[in-house]
Design a protein around this ligand. Structure first.
Ligand code: BES
Ligand code: MN
Ligand code: ZN
Length: 495
């Protein structure tokens, strides 16, 4: 999508839609910043507001048709003043974009009232408007024969004072939005298209486009590295497993920030097969991998002065005559023996080898994202990502990055008692800990393979996909992780 920041009078706006984002109106009167637009509409705005038909509640939308330009004014409500956060701005921009697509327009101008944006600084406003517009405009039609109408261009209207700041924000927003789109496009792809080798080809393309160093370990190299837990999951599939490494190097020899993403391109459960109902959804079991690839798309634009390593263990999880069986024991890269009680707890198996591999980089920290447990949906529903780790300050830093990115995380406790549930009679550890606290025993399993670095784990099983069509987000893949990761990196890079 094209985007720009412009200083233009309302009556000179050329796109067929002018979206105006404003906060809740307590008095039935327009804010003063919209008085000139009111006269452009021949007083239609003030009549609409006086009639009480638009009050600026969150997600509220009203369309007004001025006599001349612009063709339509779309008012979008931000909600109450206390809710005037960056997230409210992003959300309203997404609502505006979705309305624009509904009206079959291909471009929109967007203006947020100074009253409405509250304390959110202009740079952040610029960033949020683009993040939101791109989020709202997202649709996936690559596999359909007919092309739907697309939103192709967004013009941010700025005042002369704010213009430079908003432009800076626009560029950041565009970078993050590109990563977000990349992740969603991957998540939505079916398992027969988005295979482990397909993910590797996407990584290579990113490497070429942005000068990231990309290394893909094939089965042979995975064997050599003794990532036997990853191989155990892969042994039931005809698809070649891949271990993808991406590196953004821009800070000399400084220890890198390391991001790990679960890349199960289809999770049938393996021999511990899942029920067929909704099994097709398990194509998005590579959402963690998509988040890491989305991060590297964003880094390609932003080029922050930090070192970042992305690690993606990827394979399918299928039953077959060669598949790993319940009761089988493997020794992963770290050397601990693992009793595989349930082959459907495969995410932790491929991740434990990635965490062991991460030691090689002597990372400043490691953050993983994984659609790891159905249990996290029981704990937090679809409204927050489960957050765990071995280092409280890191966990808090990740939580804050999630708030900045509009990807809320909630800490869950890795108390020692939960570790007990993973004791095996014949191996060092087993891969499931029973029904109680399933997300925590999964977290503990990973922690057992974390050796010598601060680590945080995001269980995105409840947040990577939405069945509900939200006003600001179409149903389907959410791209979760991309914004959190990027905000985290920017935070470490010094803003
Ligand atoms: N990929 C699933 C988790 C999942 C569930 C993701 C729902 C998205 C939505 C994971 O591999 C899995 O199957 N987990 C099992 C673990 C159990 C066998 C201990 C689960 O949650 O049931
Ligand atoms: Mn599974
Ligand atoms: Zn899985």
């Amino acid at each position: 999508m094209n985007s720009s920041v412009k200083v233009v009078l309302f009556e000179r706006v050329s796109p067929p839609i002018l979206a105006v984002i404003l906060g809740e109106l307590k008095t039935g009167k327009l804010p003063t910043s919209l008085l000139s637009l009111d006269s452009v509409t021949g007083g239609a705005l003030s009549r609409l507001v006086a009639a009480g038909d638009f009050t600026g509640k969150r997600d509220q939308v009203a369309v007004v048709y001025p006599p001349k330009r612009p063709k339509r004014v779309v008012l979008v409500g931000l909600g109450e003043q206390v809710e005037m956060t960056r997230g409210a701005v992003r959300r309203a921009a997404a609502v505006a974009a979705r309305k624009t697509i509904e009206l079959e327009a291909e471009s929109m101008a967007v203006f947020i009232t100074p009253e409405g944006r509250g304390g959110v600084p202009p740079q952040v406003v610029g960033q949020m408007l683009i993040e939101g517009a791109v989020q709202g405009a997202w649709q996936f039609s690559d596999l359909k024969s007919e092309d739907p109408k697309k939103l192709r261009a967004v013009e941010i209207l700025a005042t002369r004072e704010d213009r430079a700041d908003m432009e800076r924000g626009r560029r950041v927003g565009k970078a993050i939005a590109s990563g977000h789109v990349l992740a969603r496009n991957l998540q939505v792809l079916p398992g027969n298209v988005c295979t482990p080798t397909y993910l590797a080809s996407v990584a290579r393309k990113l490497g070429k486009a942005y000068d990231h160093r990309v290394t893909v370990l094939s089965r042979q190299h995975i064997e050599k590295a003794q990532m036997n837990a990853l191989l155990a999951v892969a042994q039931g599939s005809q698809q070649e497993p891949q271990f993808i490494i991406l590196e953004h190097r821009a800070a000399g020899r400084k220890p890198p920030l390391c991001f790990v993403g679960k890349g199960i391109t289809f999770d049938s459960g393996g021999i511990s097969i899942k029920p067929s109902e909704k099994m097709e959804e398990m194509k998005y079991d590579m959402s963690g991998a998509a988040a890491v690839l989305g991060l590297f798309e964003a880094l390609g634009h932003l080029k922050p002065k930090v070192n970042v390593v992305g690690l993606i263990p990827t394979t399918e999880n299928l039953p077959s005559g060669t598949a790993v069986k319940p009761g089988d024991i493997v020794r992963g890269m770290l050397g601990k023996s693992i009793e595989i009680i349930n082959t459907d707890a495969e995410g932790r198996l491929i991740l434990c080898d990635a965490l062991a591999y991460a030691r090689k980089y002597k990372p400043a920290c490691v953050i993983d994202a994984a659609t790891l447990t159905g249990s996290v949906v029981i704990a937090l529903g679809h409204h927050a990502t489960g957050l765990m780790g071995n280092d409280d300050p890191l966990v808090e830093e990740v939580r804050r990055a999630g708030d900045l990115g509009g990807e809320r995380c909630w800490p869950l406790p890795l108390w020692d008692e939960y570790r007990e549930q993973l004791k095996s009679d014949i191996a060092d550890i087993k891969n499931v800990g029973g029904r109680p606290a399933g997300s925590l025993t999964a977290g503990w399993f990973l922690r057992e393979f974390v050796d010598g670095f601060p680590w945080a784990h995001l269980d995105i099983a409840g947040t990577a996909w939405t069945d509900a069509d939200r006003p600001d987000l179409a149903k389907g893949p959410t791209g979760t992780g991309v914004r959190l990761f990027t905000e985290f990196v920017m935070g470490r890079a010094g803003g």
